[in-house]
Design a protein around this ligand. Structure first.
Ligand SMILES: NC(=O)c1ccc[n+]([C@@H]2O[C@H](COP(=O)([O-])OP(=O)(O)OC[C@H]3O[C@@H](n4cnc5c(N)ncnc54)[C@H](O)[C@@H]3O)[C@@H](O)[C@H]2O)c1
Length: 353
């Protein structure tokens, strides 16, 4: 069988996780790279032995034999790169968030439908071991109906700077960068209900804390001094879904708290679940309240996480399976994010039409 020829657009930090996973997949040939940063592009090409290197996505997608791409650019380039690739007949795995806003995401979905090509969104937490275990319990109706969820993704000093802090290139701050992961996780666990209304608040109080000497855990590939920081540092929202469930979410790049938080709680009529980072479940056993911990690795493991996402993408391309994170879910996510930012701006609830 001929190998699937893959191109990677944007070869910064996260592209390495895609590239390493492609290299492990026997059905794939890493075929071309594209980045507007020529020096980074050359280095990445040398590192992985890829010689077809492009600084313009429109040139790369002219390669007829190229089958599919990963879009790993700044958020502002997701829509143009994805649309260029789809129109050239390539399948696309686009990193999260799908786009800058719902309007762009809707256009991307429209082009995917017109061209009949796959557009998968990199909602990587859908491929985590914790998600698999939770879904295993959901499939046996262990929790009953989930009706409320609480998700927090908070960093004390974690604004990555560079394009992440520049709204014109990111579309926003921790909500669109971190909140996406936990909102999508909850929505997926709830069976992908549609959002109907949102109340949101955002705060720009601490900025990117560049005054601090404490080092950050994650920074953008380019962080020039004096760069703009005009994104929120905290976002908080209540999201109501069409099945009646409500999610309360908080996401922060900068916050005066003791420790970073990554916590998801889901409560149902028969039981509850908390991921922090191990999964623990809360239920009733023989008339007693009971906490259930599994003799298994239930904390999200990054080891092999992107491999699972990329293997799934390749399986979709081979027609072996339905896409687990399709573009339709990316559009619903962008509607939620738009509504949070709009609600924060106007100061009241936003109904999603
Ligand atoms: N799934 C995850 O857990 C996860 C983690 C980190 C980042 N991401 C996402 O991945 C994307 C990239 O993030 P990153 O941390 O790798 O950023 P990065 O700054 O390290 O890399 C982005 C690269 O894109 C290139 N680029 C920008 N515009 C381009 C264009 N039009 N054509 C070609 N190349 C272009 C930049 O030059 C840069 O090399 C973002 O959308 C981010 O949200 C996802």
């Amino acid at each position: 069988m001929e190998k699937i020829k893959i191109g990677v657009i944007g070869v910064g930090n996260i592209s390495e996780s895609h590239i390493q996973a492609y290299k492990k997949n026997p059905n794939v040939e890493l075929y071309a790279f594209c980045d507007i940063n020529e020096e980074r592009l050359q280095k990445k090409g040398e590192k992985h032995g890829v010689t077809r290197l492009f600084t313009d996505v429109n040139e790369m997608v002219k390669l007829e034999e190229l089958d599919a791409v990963s879009v790993c650019t700044w958020n502002v380039a997701h829509a143009p790169c994805t649309i260029a690739a789809l129109k050239a007949g390539k399948n696309v795995l686009c990193e999260k968030p799908m786009a800058m806003n719902a309007e762009e995401a809707t256009e991307m979905l429209k082009v995917a439908r017109e061209t009949g090509k796959l557009l998968m969104i990199g909602f990587v937490r859908r491929y985590g071991n914790d998600c698999d275990i939770l879904r295993d319990f959901i499939s046996t109706d262990y929790f009953g109906d989930f009706y409320y969820a609480k998700a927090q993704y908070l960093r004390r000093n974690g604004n990555p700077g560079g394009w992440f802090a520049d709204k014109a290139r990111s579309g926003g701050g921790p909500l669109i960068d971190l909140g996406v992961h936990v909102i999508d996780f909850v929505r997926f666990a709830l069976g992908n209900p549609k959002p109907v209304s949102v109340y949101g608040a955002t705060f720009e109080k601490l900025g990117d804390r560049r005054n601090l000497k404490t080092s950050k855990e994650y920074t953008a590939s380019d962080t020039p001094s004096g760069a703009v920081c005009d994104v929120e540092d905290l976002a908080s929202a209540m999201i109501r879904f069409d099945n009646g469930a409500v999610l309360s979410v908080e996401a922060a790049f900068s916050l005066n708290i003791k420790d970073n938080v990554g916590k998801i709680e889901l409560v149902g009529t028969k039981g509850g679940a908390c991921i922090n980072p191990e999964l623990q479940m809360y239920t009733e056993v023989n008339g007693y309240m009971a906490d259930v911990s599994l003799k298994a690795k239930t904390a999200l493991s990054f080891d092999g996480l992107f491999d699972k996402e990329i293997d799934h993408y390749v399986d979709c391309l081979l027609g072996k399976t339905e896409c687990r994170s399709p573009a339709e879910d990316g559009v619903e996510m962008m509607k939620i994010l738009d509504a949070v930012y709009e609600s924060a701006r106007v100061g009241h609830e936003i109904v999603i039409g």
